[in-house]
Write a protein that binds this ligand. Sequence first.
Ligand SMILES: Nc1nc2c(c(=O)[nH]1)N[C@H]1C(S)=C(S)[C@@H](COP(=O)(O)O)O[C@H]1N2
Ligand SMILES: [Mo]
Length: 299
Amino acid sequence: MAHRWKNDLTHADVTPEAAFLNRRHFMAGLAGVGLASIAKPALAEELEPNSWEEITTYNNFYEFGTGKGDPVQYANLMKTDPWTVQIDGMVDRPGDYGFEQIMSEMTVEERIYRFRCVEAWSMVIPWNGFELADLLNLAGVQEGAKYVGFETLYRPEEMPGTQYPVLEWPYKEGLRLDEAMHPLTIMATGIYGKPIPNQNGAPLRLVVPWKYGFKSIKSIVRITLTDKEPPTSWNQANGREYGFYSNVNPEVSHPRWSQASERKIGGGLFAKRIPTLMFNGYEKEVASLYEGMDLAKFY
Ligand SMILES: Nc1nc2c(c(=O)[nH]1)N[C@H]1C(S)=C(S)[C@@H](COP(=O)(O)O)O[C@H]1N2
Ligand SMILES: [Mo]
């Protein structure tokens, strides 16, 4: 049934006033208890969304280069209109779905999510988007489908980064069907109420807030329902370092660095590392998806 997820981060949490009061609250508490509660101010701080400037100028979008500033510099080369998403595989209504057509059928809402890159930096981003489940239901998922594969646009003449074989193009990602149907999983089409900029994955990109950022594939042109685990770009490039699941987990280190803490971009006065939360803070909502699974083995 239409179980709609209740946002735990609301506007009240994220107005400058609320953030300021939270900080004062912690400062006051901190004076009495000393540095033992160092993690607490960080938790208040993380409710504060990053600025438009931070979210749209510090990006990973390797089709435009591997530097954090490359996407904002080159992604405007990508033509996003017209845009169609091919939905195929185990669906009742396969076909090319136009972006406008999709938008006319979907309910867009605001979702303020923590976003945690596998490189151990993070942001809080106020997305606008719709639940992926609604789009999959539009296409009609057939019985027997177990996974969803996604592909990014591959248009070398508009994507200077694709001349380098950093990854196999097109960029591919995948989810288990239950992950894809989870109410937290969205297709983002905006940020701060504005259309999502090219560097962030225009006109629509996946956002799976409890997984490392690379699962949140940008500028999607194809969605395939299948009964087999789909190949994914980072897993193909280095399966030992980037697993299919890639759930945020402070206890499972990346082979080359710890995942126990993270650096929130643009932290200002509080620019220190903050503890990384299990499932990026969405444990209550998603832990049941992985009941009985060895999360160190299925990383
Ligand atoms: N097509 C595509 N999608 C992608 C990437 C990419 O290089 N290409 N980078 C991923 C990584 S590593 C991260 S952290 C996020 C970054 O999203 P943002 O730039 O909107 O913060 O996008 C993900 N989606
Ligand atoms: Mo990332």
